[in-house]
Structure formats: C-alpha cells, structure tokens
Design a protein around this ligand. Sequence first.
Ligand code: MLT
Length: 410
Amino acid sequence: MASLNENYLKLQAGYLFPEIERRVKNFTAQYPQADIIRLGIGDVTEPLPPSIVKAFGKAVREMGKPKTFRGYGPEQGYSFLREAIAENDFKSRGANIDPSEIFISDGAKCDTGNIQELFSSSAVIAVTDPVYPVYVDTNVMAGRTGAFNKETGRYDRIIYLPCTEQNQFCPPFPKERTDLIYICSPNNPTGTILSKDHLKAWVDYAKENQSVILFDAAYEAYITDPEIPHSIYEIEGAKDVAIEFRSFSKTAAFTGTRCAFTVVPKKLAGETSSGEKILLHNLWNRRHCTKFNGVSYPVQRAAEAVYTKSGRKEVKSMISYYLENASLIRNALTEKGFKVFGGVHAPYIWLQTPEKMPSWMFFDQLLDKAHVVGTPGAGFGPSGEGYFRLTAFGSRKNIREALKRIKEKI
Ligand code: MLT
C-alpha cells in the first residue's frame, strides 16, 4: 500500500466550517421545520454588483467569438488587472507596488495555505490566537509542527500569540525567534484592527529578527477610518519583510466567482542552509507557474470592473450594507448584556459567551433555542474559548430576525 503523509493524522477533527455544517445537518434532520439563519461561515449574501456582472458577461461573450477567444492566460494574471490593482489598491495609498509584484489567484485561502511551501520544514511559525485555521492546518500538513496537545489546545512547535481583551486583541511579540509570522487585519475572527503604530512595530520587529510577515488583508475594504492602514506596505520598509494577501471575495461578492491576489515584493529574500539569499518572488513565481494556470479571463475582467467609477460606488454601498448589519448586531447584543468586539471595521462580531460558557455549548444553545448558526471561538484556537463569532453577511431581514430570536430566547 502507498505510505501516507502522517502529518494529516495530527489534524484535529474536520476543518472548522464543514464541522459546523455537519452539526447543522444533524439538527435539521431532527427538526426539518426549523428555519435556520446562518451567521456562521463568512460567506457573502449580496449578488455581484451590476458593473461587475456587465464586464463579466462581456468577457464571456468575447470567449465565444473566434477573434476574441483566449486560451491560457499568463499564470501571474493579465496585466490589465495587475495594473489596476497596483494603481488603485496601493499607489493611491502611498504604497509603491509594481504590477509585476502582484500574482492573481483563485483565493486568499489557497495563497495563505500554499505560501508555507517556500519555507523550510524546520521554519518556526508564529500565529495569533485566535486565528484563521488555514494558517495552522497547512503548516501541520507540511510537517512543520509537532503533535496536538489536547490539554493546551495547541500544536507543539507553533508559537501562539494570544490576542485577548486585555491586550485589545493586538498580538504580543514572540519571545523566541520566528521565521514566519501570520498577521490578519482587519482580523478574522475577532473583527478588530491593527493601527499604523502596531503595524510599524511589527515591521521593525521583523527587520530586527529577520522574520517574514505573512499579512492577510482580505477584509481591508471594511475599514472606515482613514487612519487605519489597508496594506502593510503603507508602512515604510515593509517591502523588505512582508508578503500581503488580498481577495475580491468579501470586497466584491466573489466567494463563488473566485479571484484574489498576493503581493510578493521583489526585494524580499529568504536564506538557504548555506546562507545564500534567494528572492521569494522568484520562488513564488516558480511555484505559481508549475501548479497554477491562472484565473479565467472573464473572472479577471469582472475583478477589473471593481476599480471602475461605477464599480467602486457599487462595492462601497454593498460594504456599507454589511457594516450596517454589523452595527445592528453590535447594538442588539450590547443591549442584551453581551460583551462585544469588532464589527466596526470588519464584517465579524466577536462576543463573549454568557459567563464564558464553552463556545461549542453556546453554539448548540443558539442553534437549539434560536435556530441561529454562528462560529464557536474555540474553533479558532484556545484563546477563542469563551467567545463566539457572528458574521454580518446576511439579508437585513435575516439579521433582524436573528437578533429578535436572540433577544427573546437566549
Ligand atoms: C470565514 O468564515 O472565516 C471565512 O469564510 C473563511 C474563508 O474566507 O475562507
């Protein structure tokens, strides 16, 4: 028989969201009449905005005509999209990113999961706790961790940086030297943000310790305060130490359409065991060309439309809609006596469970009594225990109904 990658056997149960789905399925099998409202996985509910649909449709029609048909595109993405991103997402905010440093992909989940391939199996990684589970699980699969310790809720050989109410959900610096540090702002799951000063401190730390920051900015479009950085490259020197991940998923309703991008600056280097400096851009390019054939032409044209005048306006209004949902959730929960965090510059609301009840217990209670699905904080790491995540993605009607049920039944 073929021998297996036994690192997979270290993984805990199922991946968080399929596990939630499994529990909801069991519940609905028992109570088929229950009208379930899903505020669990962060999946958008509003449709693609009209300007995006128009560009998408036009590109599909081009693919149906001999003169405008296209086969394989450049693996790194078409220059029309890379240029639009460099101009609108970076240059406009004072960050100097060249289009050739941008790699178009089919998702930030894939990119944040795949990036670890560039680093040695002995590279030391640090993650915030709670954390988006992809960062941890992909390193477990790659054999970069020890076993899972059931008592601590942690994998050996991962450095956990607890983000708690006490430190305002800002990760403390690791005590040990680390090669890779995963940072997400606006944060999934806590919905909190890192200020310019915080990010600057992290860039300085990475420089001093020769670490690489893997910066996940998938939720940057939800930032409403102009003082909060959207990109780590707004911080001077970040191009020497950071890779950034972005996505059109939550920005422009692309969760089902799939388009994202990763910025790997051309200056950023790692080191071989013999001390030779190698550029990460070259390695990521090599990986991308070997394992990926690019995002489809119509999808890239649809993403390009996000940056048109009308596209920008439509996307902004969609994000405001979700942020209003977030505000309704925050207010209703606060009124009910819950302690709530996040939800101001992010589509996630992080709440403390009543008397810090175990988060899976609260999940069951919310499902049983209110027929509302959320995400247990423990699923994001040990510091998430006693907390719970609700998403602001949903129709206004469903959000209001969910809040009414929580008010009456919890
Ligand atoms: C989440 O709910 O945390 C997100 O939907 C996960 C993702 O974007 O992959």
